[in-house]
Design a protein around this ligand. Structure first.
Ligand code: AMP
Length: 538
């Protein structure tokens, strides 16, 4: 029997129209590069996003064309988040922390046609310009300076659009946005999100037991809009009609605390490294900032229980969340069931776990002998499925082993699931290093090191770091009779990698421990060097 329900498309057009119609007076505040605040309303945002869509269409944008952005969290970036997809295009934020050669690779692989770039990031564009073929480059004059001669201004481009723009028809399954993850081994991989997946993810994220976001909130996403669509928060936020505060390039603790206080922020989100800085600033000057009761979503790396406890002292609630680029990204949040609230110690234990899956996300943990029981002890690889989980990478057939034959995505995270259904991440199957919320590929560093004439073998591992969570340590075996200093190795790597990728420490070994199949036994190295104190910091 067929239902009586409409087959109503889940699309970003609906979210944009809703924002324009219902919340025109609500504010969107952006911190500009000179630290002044740019303010406008949802009504302004709505008109400008539609103008951008119209201008793109007039400029010849075809269905599915990729429009890349190289931008901080700003009002103009938000306009692109909506204006590009409602014109039928695919918005593709580029991670500006990557090495220019990786950015060039990504632009090339995604076949980006147009680039919208903040004027303060033009130097980065210059570093990739020769390596890519873009049809059009549009510069957002964020700094208030005139756009350099020969380049097109975003404001002039918007002026070429019409107000009476008509949305093209499209299927809810069509692409709306894409992001590349470097959180896997090898080259960055593209994940393409659909209108449907973004709308469902926004609904799921806003739920009370997920991020609990509503129109009474003032939301400040610290997590960059170039990393997994800022955890989808620009879309979720606009859907709910909350006030948005976008921090631009100023992500230091003092700048954030100022904004939290002056804009009366109630909800914020970022990686542990950011919160550690904020915590230290608060502990140094506990009465300086008058903050609202605020919830701080922490994800990207594990939130230490000590941090959760410390923020409680300031009336700030840490909410632990887990997700991945391949999951749009929200997978789990650690809110407490009613019966887990009574014992404070137990409550902290649960809040430090990664939490319960959001509705529509299914989880299982799979060990060598199959699906493991939910006993809180048995470890297995976390596998997930759901309507906002990727079913494949963009244009990369060979990565199909990331999906099981029965259709689950293999996250590469090793977890225990407790009898209540809360997950706890114990380890990662992939040998990656996560520093300040961004990935460093140990394999890339090893390959580069092993190209040095004095190096026989190199294994790069993560060592715990109080500020960045993890930092790379390189264990090096030299060729017989060869000599080299850590400084020489560092200088050798420097031209190839972003500065923050370079190892904090080098240790010279007689040999690297190996598994029975001859692979580096990195777990043994990690155990051996877990207390290693590296001197240099990025
Ligand atoms: P990305 O795709 O860059 O967002 O990275 C996703 C990966 O980050 C996950 O597979 C985990 O390894 C790690 N991750 C994300 N959130 C957490 C968390 N709350 N605790 C521990 N690891 C996390």
């Amino acid at each position: 029997m067929q239902s009586c329900m409409m087959d109503f498309p889940l699309s970003l057009v609906h979210l944009l129209e809703r924002a324009g119609a219902l919340f025109p007076k609500e504010e969107i505040v952006t911190r500009l590069p000179d630290k002044s605040l740019h303010r406008y309303t949802y009504a302004d945002f709505y008109h400008r996003a539609r103008r951008l869509a119209s201008a793109l269409q007039k400029a010849g944008l075809q269905k599915g064309d990729r429009v890349a952005t190289l931008s901080w969290n700003t009002y103009a970036h938000l306009e692109a988040y909506f204006g590009v997809p409602v014109a039928g295009g695919v918005v593709h934020p580029l991670n500006l922390r990557l090495h220019p050669s990786d950015i060039a690779y990504i632009i090339h692989h995604a076949q980006d046609k147009i680039l919208i770039v903040d004027d303060v990031l033009l130097k980065l564009y210059e570093a990739v310009r020769e390596q890519v073929r873009l049809e059009r480059v549009i510069v957002v004059p964020l700094s208030g300076q005139p756009v350099p001669a020969g380049l097109e201004s975003y404001e002039d481009f918007l002026a070429s659009g019409d107000d009476d723009f008509a949305y093209p028809a499209f299927d809810e399954r069509e692409a709306a946005a894409m992001c590349y993850t470097s959180g896997t081994t090898g080259r960055p991989k593209g994940v393409v999100y659909s209108h449907r997946s973004i709308v469902l993810h926004s609904l799921g994220s806003a739920l009370p037991d997920a991020l609990n976001l509503g129109m009474q909130d003032v939301l400040l996403p610290v997590v960059p809009m170039f990393h997994v669509l800022a955890w989808g928060l620009p879309y979720t936020g606009v859907m709910t009609g909350c006030k948005l505060v976008l921090p631009g390039p100023h992500l230091d603790a003092e700048s954030l605390l100022e904004l939290y206080a002056s804009e009366r922020v109630t909800k914020t989100a970022g990686v542990p490294t950011i919160w550690l800085g904020v915590l230290q600033a608060l502990q140094k000057e506990p009465t300086r900032w008058k903050l609202q009761p605020m919830e701080m979503v922490v994800g990207g790396s594990a939130a230490p229980e000590a941090m959760i406890r410390a923020f409680d002292q300031f009336g700030l609630k840490v909410l632990h969340a887990w997700g991945m680029t391949e999951m749009s990204p929200l997978g789990t949040t650690s809110r407490l069931k009613r019966h887990l609230r009574s014992d404070p110690e137990e409550a902290y234990r649960y809040r430090a776990m990664q939490g319960l899956p959001t509705p529509l996300v299914e989880i299982r943990a799979v060990g060598e002998a199959g699906v493991v029981p939910w006993d809180g002890r048995s470890l297995g690889e976390l596998q997930v499925r759901g309507p906002w989980v990727a079913a494949g990478y963009y244009n990369l057939e060979e990565e199909s082993d990331k999906w099981t034959p029965d259709g689950w995505f293999r996250t590469g995270d090793v977890v225990a699931i407790d009898p209540e259904g809360y997950i706890r991440i114990a380890d990662r199957t992939k040998d990656l290093i996560k520093s300040g919320g961004e990935w460093i590929s140990s394999i890339d560093l090893e390959n580069a090191l092993m190209a040095h004439p004095a190096v026989k073998e190199a294994a790069v591992i993560a060592i715990p770091d109080p500020k960045w969570d993890e930092r790379p340590l390189a264990a090096v075996v030299l060729k017989e009779g060869a000599q080299v200093t850590p400084e020489e190795l560092q200088a050798f790597l420097e031209p190839r990698f972003a500065k923050w990728w370079l190892p904090d420490a080098y240790v010279f070994l007689e040999e690297i421990p190996r598994t029975s199949t001859g692979k580096f036994l990195k777990s043994q190295l990690r155990e051996r060097f877990k207390d290693y104190k590296a001197k240099a910091q990025p």
